[in-house]
Design a protein around this ligand. Structure first.
Ligand code: GTP
Length: 371
């Protein structure tokens, strides 16, 4: 079976992190998130993979090249204009044979079992099978009600609470028979959820839902991106990360200089060539990237720190995300899901506590913000 992974979206909910890096290339436990998806597919023998990108598409091609170092064969197709989820797949249909194709949204962290999914699809004679996941608040997603046989009866996109008739949402992982793409227009922006799938239902073409109860997370918002890191660190989803386990669930990569008086609590990860000074604390559920400097008595809780960040003395960082090359002076506090874009500089004694989002290269001089 071949797979198409859709990675052409702009990732607006994750701005400013996605201003210069497409969402699936953001680090997840210190490796590009997209690598996880490739490894998952490869573990089911799916190695012929088409990558449908658009926004900042060169990043994928430059980093993953033909995929051979990961044991997969990647074909990159970069759209000039966004074609939407179905339009993107229609655009590459010439690369499919007659066999079933797996289609994946590129921003999903999951452990979906593709063997079970394919078996389910074949046994039912489905033309499309959608993986379904149950969430507490389905209003931000597409709902997929089923009949007693597991056939999809309708698609309800981002419903209000009074329209909620099922807890099953579209998990963004499908199997399709390529023949259904004949109902999709070529070269147009066209969506699966609003376009092709409802059109197939109108023609009574069998679409089935595969209820999935394993790990699943859409990493597309700061909250979910942070939560996905927690889940990886807590071992709720399998993930390969680099580094040696120096004490229970504290992984440290090569070349680090960590003071004997620093305190690290697991689960946490520290990338290559980092320095952590006396009396600094790295608390649980924290990921530190490569080449990060953490000065004396700084405390980091439950946060994601990208590569090349410098954190001054006595800083406190909680539940926040610092992108590549951020520099913090001394006694800076950052809290409450704040997101600092690439190379932001924050001078001494600023308090950024209200989930602030700072654009790349912003500069905040010392003693400017206290909220
Ligand atoms: P937000 O802007 O934050 O909603 O994120 P997004 O741009 O990724 O959009 P969304 O979550 O709706 O997209 C779901 C998946 O489809 C993501 O993996 C996107 O990269 C991908 N995708 C969305 N639109 C397109 C498109 O026009 N072309 C391609 N190739 N992929 C797309």
């Amino acid at each position: 079976m071949k797979a198409v992974i859709l990675v052409g979206g702009q990732g607006t909910r994750l701005r400013p992190l996605t201003n210069e890096i497409p969402k699936p290339m953001l680090p997840m436990a210190n490796i590009p998130f997209f690598e996880h998806t490739l490894r998952l597919l490869k573990s089911y023998g799916i190695t012929d993979i088409i990558l449908s990108s658009g926004y900042l598409g060169d990043h994928f091609r430059d980093y993953f090249k033909d995929g051979s170092h990961l044991g997969v064969k990647l074909t990159h197709v970069i759209e000039d204009e966004p074609l939407g989820t179905c339009g993107a797949v229609k655009n590459v249909e010439g690369l499919f044979g007659k066999d079933t194709v797996a289609v994946l949204n590129g921003d999903i962290l999951s452990s979906v079992n593709f063997e079970h999914l394919l078996l389910f699809h074949k046994e039912r004679g489905a033309k499309v099978t959608l993986t379904l996941y149950s969430v507490e608040d389905p209003t931000a997603y597409g709902l997929v009600p089923l009949n007693g046989d597991g056939r999809v009866t309708e698609f309800v996109e981002k419903p209000s609470f009074d329209q909620v008739t099922t807890h099953w949402i579209n998990a963004g992982i499908y199997l399709i028979e390529p023949e259904v793409l004949k109902y999709a227009p070529k070269g147009q922006n066209y969506s699966f959820e609003r376009g092709l799938f409802p059109a197939l239902l109108d023609k009574n073409i069998p679409i089935y839902g595969f209820p999935y109860s394993g790990y699943w997370k859409d990493i597309g918002s700061p909250q979910n991106y942070l939560k996905a890191h927690h889940d990886i660190l807590e071992g709720r989803v399998t993930f390969d990360y680099h580094g040696q386990e120096v004490k229970p669930r504290v992984y440290i990569a090569d070349g680090c200089n960590i003071s004997d008086k620093a305190n690290l609590f697991g689960p946490s990860i520290v990338g290559k060539n980092c320095s952590i000074d006396d009396n600094a604390f790295v608390f649980s559920c924290t990921t530190i990237g490569n080449n990060v400097k953490i000065a004396k008595s700084a405390k980091i809780y439950d946060s994601i720190i990208f590569d090349d960040v410098e954190i001054g003395e006595n800083c406190i960082i909680k539940s926040s995300i610092l992108a590549r090359g951020v520099r913090l002076g001394d006694e800076v506090h950052i809290d409450n899901l704040s997101v600092l874009g690439d190379e932001v500089k924050v001078g001494h004694r600023n308090y950024l506590a209200k989930g602030i989002k700072l654009s790349p290269q912003s500069i905040i001089k010392e003693d400017q913000i206290r909220f």
